[in-house]
Unconditional design. Structure first.
Length: 384
């Protein structure tokens, strides 16, 4: 199968599902400074929200083969969106930190289920073309990310105490998508008599999995605390710094839509090495910047770099799975969960101890680890 595909109804429904959960991620991640102000917590305590999302992703990773087997990948995606919506409502109506943490856990579980279902269903449907289809679906998801960041940051500027309410916009969109886009033929799915995908994965898979964890750790460390670093370096307010992270999301959106098209002539590993190097260069410029204009350009460049890393690294792991995509994506979700749970929290701890600027030195180390593993462990291309 060539690296081309038809953007039919299937593609758009799944892409919009991921856009909905990205609206929350785009508003929630960069708004950590706002949440800290609301709750009066330290960087370390605020970082526990990232930990909650990570734990949720770990649980979703173990659940993925069972959900895919029991309900099918399409229905599992809708189940994830329903769980996400429940957690989101809880996060908005429950202000104290001891309530927002479990709400974040529920929301994160639903988000991971949506993403896991997207990767496996698109990989199954599009084959080799998934290298283009999945990043483009993520590009549409970036529209949700940018919208969430811009809306929540703008509300925080105008109505500082009401920023969380803006997150509820995801709920009516999710309901409308379910009513209009649900494929009722998915209800006819019959579980495989062989049971959920299982067994041991190869050493090569797990070495590449470590690179994936480093890759996602760098992404979430940046997205969660970039606003804090910007505030520290440029002196902007928490609300202005949150809005500025739109540059990061915009770079991600542009990269996800065009990178697969521009780089499709290159091998999967070459694409991943290129965008990882681009992320490194953008981060170095951002870390040294004391100018808002340069910081915005740097954030956009970082966004271009991280735009398709998750998709390409996940496709690599599917290639190492011996035709067990549901199991591979489950373990990928486990890795993402570890990254999300530890990287923002650890960076927050370092920020409390040494300052956010020095704490950010951990990011280029993670990028180098991810780059090195891709270079040393070549991928197994998806068979056409």
């Amino acid at each position: 199968m060539p690296k081309s595909f038809q953007r039919e109804r299937f593609f758009w429904v799944i892409a919009i599902q991921t856009a909905i959960v990205n609206f929350y991620i785009g508003g929630f991640g960069p708004a950590q400074s706002l949440l800290r102000t609301d709750q009066g917590t330290s960087l370390t305590i605020a970082g526990l929200h990232g930990t909650a999302m990570g734990i949720a992703s770990i649980v979703a990773g173990y659940a993925n083969p069972h959900l895919a087997h029991r309900f099918g990948r399409i229905r599992a995606g809708w189940i994830g969106l329903a769980i996400f919506s429940t957690g989101l409502i809880g996060f908005v109506i429950a202000p104290p930190v001891y309530l927002t943490l479990p709400a974040t856990l529920i929301t994160g579980f639903g988000t991971s289920v949506v993403y896991n279902s997207m990767f496996t269903s698109m990989s199954h449907r599009y084959g080799k073309a998934a290298e283009v289809a999945i990043p483009q679906a993520n590009a549409i998801a970036s529209i949700g990310f940018v919208a969430g960041t811009a809306l929540i940051g703008s509300i925080a500027i105008i109505f500082p105490n009401l920023w969380r309410i803006g997150l509820l916009l995801a709920i009516p969109v999710a309901v409308a998508l379910f009513l209009v886009g649900r494929d009722k033929s998915a209800d006819d799915y019959l579980p495989d008599e062989a049971g959920p995908q299982g067994g041991k994965l190869s050493r090569t898979f797990w070495i590449s999995w470590i690179g994936f964890v480093a890759c996602i750790s760098s992404e979430f460390a940046i997205s969660f605390w970039a606003a804090a670093l910007l505030k520290d370096r440029v002196g902007s307010s928490a609300a202005i710094s949150t809005v500025a992270i739109v540059a990061l999301g915009s770079g991600m959106g542009v990269g996800r839509w065009y990178s697969g098209l521009v780089l499709k002539r290159f091998a999967l590993d070459t694409q991943l090495l290129f965008v990882t190097a681009l992320q490194f260069l953008g981060f170095v410029a951002f870390w040294f910047s004391h100018s808002m204009a340069l910081s915005l350009v740097s954030l956009f460049t970082i966004g271009l770099g991280i735009s398709i890393q998750f998709a390409l690294a996940s496709i690599r792991l599917i290639g190492f799975s011996d035709a067990r995509p549901d199991l591979a994506i489950g373990r990928t979700s486990l890795g993402a969960g570890i990254a999300i749970a530890t990287a923002p929290f650890f960076l927050g701890v370092l920020g409390d101890s040494f300052g956010i600027s020095q704490a950010y030195i951990m990011v280029p180390v993670l990028i180098v680890i991810a780059f090195t593993i891709v270079k040393l462990v070549p991928s197994h291309p998806v068979k056409e």
